[in-house]
Design a binder for this molecule. Structure first.
Ligand SMILES: [Cu+2]
Length: 109
């Protein structure tokens, strides 16, 4: 977000910041896309999941560090709200810990 558009980055493609009005959209189909979501430290976090498959593996997403999980009905946007958090990387997974993604909370500048 803060990088000039012309600068090439090897980092994974960024979704919009999950802390900016819930714009972090993660599609769920055989995995999480994107599998890295960014938020700013100290801001409430909203991540929207849209599950585009019926495979039961992905029917629940779990945020272990937050003690939070959510069911993801097929084809329905589900918003997961997490509290403002310190900088760090927080994993999210399916209930079997097979599908994995990361929430990266970045220092405020
Ligand atoms: Cu699974």
């Amino acid at each position: 977000m803060l990088l000039p558009a012309i600068r090439r980055s090897r980092r994974p493609l960024r979704s919009r910041l999950a802390s900016e009005g819930g714009a972090g959209l993660v599609r769920v189909c055989g995995g999480y896309s994107p599998d890295v979501v960014y938020a700013r430290a100290g801001d409430p976090i909203r991540i929207t999941f849209l599950r585009e498959e019926t495979a039961s593996c992905s029917e629940r997403v779990v945020f272990p560090a937050f003690g939070k999980s959510a069911m993801l009905p097929y084809g329905t946007s589900v918003v997961v709200e997490l509290p403002p958090s310190p900088p760090g990387t927080y994993e999210f997974t399916c209930a079997m810990n097979m599908l994995r993604g990361r929430l990266v909370v970045e220092e405020r500048r």
